[in-house]
Design a protein around this ligand. Structure first.
Ligand code: ATP
Length: 320
């Protein structure tokens, strides 16, 4: 394989740049040429792409976001859009493609690879940690550390004012961020989409704490578990407590990647190039039992990736 291309797609996540660097440098190390595609599948369709060299990826390992920019592409969902992208595969002489993104991006990559026979490898980059077939995704560790920092700061002000603080974090269908940051941040309650909850229970827990002299309470809510504003309102109605809601929003996607995410991004990025060199296609570079492995994309996408409910149970015990 002489020339590979890479793109970032879907939501951005901290560590994508470290991964771009790893893919480019590993490929160049092995004597290949690298084409960077801007703005995800949109740039692929429009031919917004060009050669990368060692210095294109210098000084980015510590930066959040993605220097290649990312997008969600309506056009790539259509056979016509993908055919236009294939014209650019021919025009630029691309022999293999690395797609850094989430499960949607992998579906697109897999369809494209089957239609046109181009070898494609996925690298899981999403803060949600919701991709089947890998224990970790690039960006999750940084995101939960960002949330944790916010929880710690809110805890300081909560202690001073004796209030109930609701912190809404990302996760429309998946409670991974809420669960990990809530447990690590010592939240009184954690609400996630995967687990039904009862306002009566939550309020009783708050009232018990209040009677015991607890100065404040922190509740972490995934956005898919009814949302922070709603939770704040319902608790206020039932307990009369002053509830303050903080919606962390997009700041969870930003920031310099943690050491763990930079390591993961470097390992998975390098693995994606190895997989292409080994003649593999429709594989994802992922982590299983702590080891970096190649996983069949189509098989992985047919599996589900449940949150670890033992963490949920543990958080319930520790916040008694
Ligand atoms: P995140 O987890 O951050 O949302 P994602 O990769 O899952 O990232 P999506 O918006 O679901 O983000 O997918 C990214 C892009 O992949 C879509 O905008 C679309 O262009 C392409 N894509 C998704 N599913 C398909 C599909 N079935 N066929 C072709 N392309 C697809």
């Amino acid at each position: 394989m002489q020339r590979i291309a890479l793109l970032t797609s879907g939501g951005d996540s901290p560590g994508m740049n470290a991964c771009i660097r790893a893919v480019a440098r590993k490929a160049i190390y092995h004597g290949m040429e690298v084409i960077g595609i801007n703005r995800g599948f949109n740039g692929f369709i429009e031919g917004d792409m060009g050669p990368m060299n060692l210095s294109s990826v210098a000084d980015i390992i510590h930066r959040g976001g993605t220097i290649l920019h990312t997008a969600r592409s309506e056009q790539f969902l259509t056979p016509e859009g993908r055919a236009r992208a294939y014209e650019n595969v021919k025009r630029f002489g691309v022999q293999g493609l690395v797609v850094i993104g989430g499960d949607g991006s992998f579906r697109g990559a897999s369809v494209f690879s089957r239609e046109f026979g181009l070898p494609v490898i996925g690298v899981p980059g999403t803060i949600d940690n919701d991709i089947p077939g890998t224990e970790q995704t690039i960006g999750f560790d940084t995101a939960i550390n960002t949330v944790l920092e916010a929880i710690d700061k809110i805890r300081d002000t909560a202690t001073s004012h004796e209030r109930t603080f609701i912190i809404e974090v990302m996760g429309r269908r998946n409670g991974s961020i809420a669960l990990a940051s809530g447990l690590a941040g010592g939240a009184e309650s954690i609400l996630i989409p995967e687990q039904p909850f009862d306002y009566e229970d939550i309020c009783q827990r708050l009232l018990r704490g209040f009677r015991r002299g607890k100065a404040h309470s922190i509740i972490v809510v995934a956005e898919g578990a009814s949302g922070g504003m709603e939770v704040g309102q319902r608790i206020k109605e039932r307990t009369g407590f002053d509830t303050k809601v903080t919606i962390l929003g997009h700041l969870q996607r930003g920031g310099s990647p943690s050491a763990a995410d930079r390591l993961l991004a470097s390992r998975l990025g390098a693995k994606s190039v190895e997989l292409l060199m080994a003649g593999e296609t429709r594989k994802m570079a992922g982590v299983k039992a702590g080891q970096v492995v190649g996983v069949d994309i189509d098989e992985a996408l047919n599996e589900s990736r449940p949150v670890d409910l033992s963490l949920y149970d543990l958080a319930g015990v520790l916040s008694i």
